[in-house]
Design a protein around this ligand. Structure first.
Ligand code: SF4
Length: 350
């Protein structure tokens, strides 16, 4: 039996763990693909359910305000993906009359849809012969064929995609893609693969040579850049200052308390704090209620170290930046915040 047949036969015996497995509705597959680019299946599930409930059709998504989409995406990070999802929904409605395009090449033209998602949607929903190559597939193929090309090198995607296309059968490309992804997710796992349960163990090069932990090969990444954010939660008569982040940096389009970026996470002394609050908000009279310890959030290329200064004042703040506005504290829940700021707000309420 060939590699693809073994995998498909094995996969037919496996439980359906998530609602998008075996799904053929292209809009639902598209939603799940945007989420799964972002996070693991278990974490994606509640987001998928919330999104389907909030935006049951592509028309609902296309016509939704961006802030509502950001709110449903909150906590996932990479907010540019959420914006691309929105643009894609609008393009589908405007250009394709609400029908998700049915070919790999036309899907690739939509914002935020790369080769991986285009292959997934076209093979799962429309039966197009396209190999899906995600992290799970990289791992299975690297081990099974003992491939030493680093999976994060520029030539890896083409090499692994070419191999997956060779292995793919003419029939059932979607079922093959599901099977190899499922194998990578639940059997050929990053640590301690369950080789004795694997349907392709008899031909696996890594297993024969007991080199499962050597594959896939990865090049070392350059270290993340550290950034130090000092946030001011300024309370004036039960309202707080917030602003929308601009589009040229991380978390574009999300909201936050005003912040300054400094060269370290060391707490500002009283003099520096007075200078900043006067310069930025015209405050000469305020009380520093509390300061948090630095909290670290690791992003793909940056480490964010955040401190929050909780401040109350009876003097109306006059921010020099007109994007900064006062909102009633109870209304904070209507805005989408980056994970670090959400964490702080929750702490603040408990
Ligand atoms: Fe992965 Fe083990 Fe199967 Fe090889 S035999 S593909 S290492 S699970």
């Amino acid at each position: 039996m060939r590699f693809a047949e073994k995998l498909i036969k094995w996969n037919a015996t496996q439980p359906v763990r998530y609602p998008w497995i075996g799904e053929t509705d292209p809009y639902r597959i598209l939603l799940s693909e945007f989420l799964l680019q972002q996070t693991r299946s278990a974490q994606a599930l509640p987001y998928y359910q919330l999104m389907l409930a909030t935006f049951p059709t592509v028309h609902h998504l296309a016509n939704a305000p961006e802030d509502l989409l950001m709110k449903t995406w909150q906590g996932l990070g990479y907010y540019s993906r959420a914006r691309n999802l929105h643009k894609t929904a609008k393009a589908i409605v405007q250009t394709y009359d609400g029908a998700v395009p049915d070919s790999y090449s036309s899907l690739l033209e939509l914002p935020g849809i790369g080769p991986y998602s285009a292959a997934a949607i076209s093979s799962f929903a429309f039966g197009e012969r396209r190999a899906v190559v995600d992290g799970n597939v990289f791992r299975v193929l690297a081990r099974h064929h003992a491939i030493s090309t680093p999976v994060n090198s520029p030539k890896a995607r083409k090499e692994f995609t070419d191999l997956a296309m060779k292995l793919l059968r003419q029939q059932d490309p979607g079922r093959f893609n599901q099977a190899i992804m499922n194998l990578g997710a639940h059997v050929c796992t990053p640590k301690n693969p369950v080789c004795h349960d694997c349907p392709v163990q008899s031909t696996c090069q890594a297993l024969v040579n007991r080199m499962q932990s050597e594959f896939p090969v990865k090049k070392k990444k350059s270290p993340n850049r550290d950034r130090f954010f000092h946030y001011f939660e300024i309370d004036y008569r039960n309202s707080v200052l917030i602003e929308k982040r601009d589009t040229k940096d991380i978390w574009a389009g999300l909201y936050q308390f005003p912040l300054i970026e400094r060269s370290s996470n060391r707490q500002m002394n009283a003099r520096a704090l007075h200078q900043q609050l006067q310069a930025l908000f015209g405050l000469t009279s305020f009380k520093l209620e509390a300061v948090t310890r630095p909290r670290k959030q690791v992003l793909s290329h940056q480490n964010i170290h955040a401190r929050f200064y909780q401040i109350t004042t009876r003097q109306k703040p006059r921010p020099i930046d007109e994007k900064i506005t006062l909102v009633i504290r109870e209304n904070l829940e209507n805005f989408a915040f980056p994970r670090t700021v959400s964490w702080y707000i929750k702490q603040d309420q408990t």
